[in-house]
Design a protein around this ligand. Structure first.
Ligand code: HEC
Length: 428
């Protein structure tokens, strides 16, 4: 509604003779209607002409004037009748239960005649249009629905996820190492990639100059794949390198509560098993609850209680399998706290701290692991660069710190922070 009020303000500035309220306005020859799932544009009809007022891009243009595909009659029909649920970009939204028309697998799942029959007769939450739209309009809309698959797009907004007012969109599955619990798309495939430059401090010693803030030295590079079985249930595999005993981590995650569905907070539960030396020894079992809550749509905070059974010290491993020690397991409990704040529409600042409350000392953890960084999120992709004192990125290893890893008690002080980066990409 806020945007709508803003739009009306713009409208009254543009057309000063207009009455102030939309209802009054409709008595004249002016009509104002919502046309955009992103709630950023309003369709204005006046004296038989249509104008699109886009509040986000601060633009006003005459509908039908542009050269783009969006301005065909089918596009106007879609915008007027369908976009409120399906989005002008056809991407639909979880909150509305509408499918993503730009997805190839979604397009393959229905035939042309099914599309026109759904438009005619309705389905689930979708109203029937027979009687309201003519056969030729329905035919035009069917092929318009098909055309979303060819990547036609109405504006830059098409690439952004459908946002719900007041709900934050996390850019990555993690802040730096702490999970955000973000939901996945059904059948979505996500690549995750992290680097931790654990061998030299970014801010003190030789690294600053000679080794370019530590970036010259070895990095611990971990790599993972996440797959959405449904939009709530996902599976994940994660592999970290030899210097931290090459664990492979297998995980199942379930999103129980979602602010997109009017829940007061988001809750995801993840269960995972890590096995070192490529899942052959030193198994650790983890269970995490990921609670998060949006503070408007620009920020979100996270609380992640984590139980790790048979946890092990974060030690420098060896490239040789038989030198990976058989370490005894210890049960540990940590809780991560995190915050993400968008400082621009596609740039976030992220911070996290992960104190271990039970058996931290036994694991060599004397100070909590902490990280902070800056994240750029674009087109189902995010890149995060930050400072941390934690070389590990698997569930149990993320709570361990440099001091344990390097066997240097002083390595956890702020002057010994290391650089790290994360990349995520939805590839399907
Ligand atoms: C009030 C919200 C709403 C409006 C308005 C609406 N739809 Fe839908 N539409 C839905 C929902 C919800 C679904 C998913 C239904 C389901 O799968 O049960 C859907 C599904 C569809 C599907 C996919 C059918 C399938 O087999 O899954 C097509 C195609 C479609 N809509 C086209 C349109 C067109 C074209 C318009 C405009 C004339 C339109 N819709 C207007 C809510 C809406």
């Amino acid at each position: 509604m806020k945007t709508c009020a803003k739009a009306l303000l713009i409208v009254s500035v543009l057309f000063p003779v207009l009455p102030a309220s939309a209802d009054d306005a409709q008595d004249g020859n002016l009509r104002v209607s919502y046309s955009d799932a992103a709630h950023s544009s309003v369709l204005l009809e006046m004296n038989g002409k249509q104008y699109i007022v886009d509040v986000a891009s601060h633009s006003v243009r005459e509908a039908g004037a542009g050269p783009s595909a969006a301005e065909s009659p089918a596009a106007d029909l879609f915008r007027q009748n369908c976009a409120q649920c399906h989005g002008v970009d056809g991407r639909g939204g979880q909150g509305r239960g509408t499918p993503n028309f730009t997805s190839a697998s979604m397009q393959a799942s229905f035939s042309d005649s099914q599309i026109s029959s759904v438009i005619r007769n309705g389905k689930g939450g979708m109203p029937a249009w027979s009687g309201k739209l003519s056969d030729s309009q329905i035919a035009a809309l069917s092929s318009y629905v098909r055309s979303f698959a060819n990547g036609h797009s109405t504006s830059g907004a098409a690439a952004q996820p459908v946002a719900k007012a007041g709900v934050y969109q996390a850019g990555d599955d993690v802040l730096m190492s702490l999970p955000t619990g973000r939901a996945v798309d059904e059948h979505g495939v996500y690549l995750n990639f992290t680097h931790r430059f654990a061998y030299d401090s970014a801010t003190s010693g030789t690294a600053r100059g000679q080794e370019l803030f530590g970036l010259d030295n070895f990095a611990l590079a971990s790599f993972g794949l996440r797959y959405g079985v449904t939009d709530k249930l996902s599976v994940d595999v994660w592999r970290s390198p030899s210097f931290i005993n090459r664990p492979i981590q297998l995980m199942v995650a379930y999103n129980l509560m979602d602010e997109h569905h009017e829940a007061p907070f988001n809750l995801a539960v993840r269960v995972s098993v890590e096995g070192q030396n490529n899942f052959r020894k030193n198994y650790t079992e983890n269970i995490e609850g990921i609670f998060s809550r949006s503070i408007t749509s620009r920020a979100q905070f996270y609380v992640v209680p984590t139980m790790s059974f048979n946890d092990r010290r974060l030690v420098q491993g060896s490239l040789q399998s038989d030198l990976i020690q058989d370490l005894p397991g210890i049960n540990a409990f940590s809780t991560g706290f995190g915050l993400a704040v968008d400082i621009r529409p596609t740039v976030a600042l992220v911070a996290e701290i992960i104190p271990t409350f039970v058996n931290g000392t036994e694991l060599g953890i004397h100070r909590p692991a902490f990280s902070f960084g800056i994240q750029k999120k674009i087109l189902r992709h995010a890149f995060t660069l930050g400072f941390t004192n934690s070389p590990g990125t698997s569930v149990s290893q993320r709570a361990g710190t440099e001091a344990t890893f390097l066997g240097k008690p002083g390595a956890d002080t702020p002057s010994s922070l290391i650089l790290g980066f994360d990349i995520t990409r939805q590839i399907h």
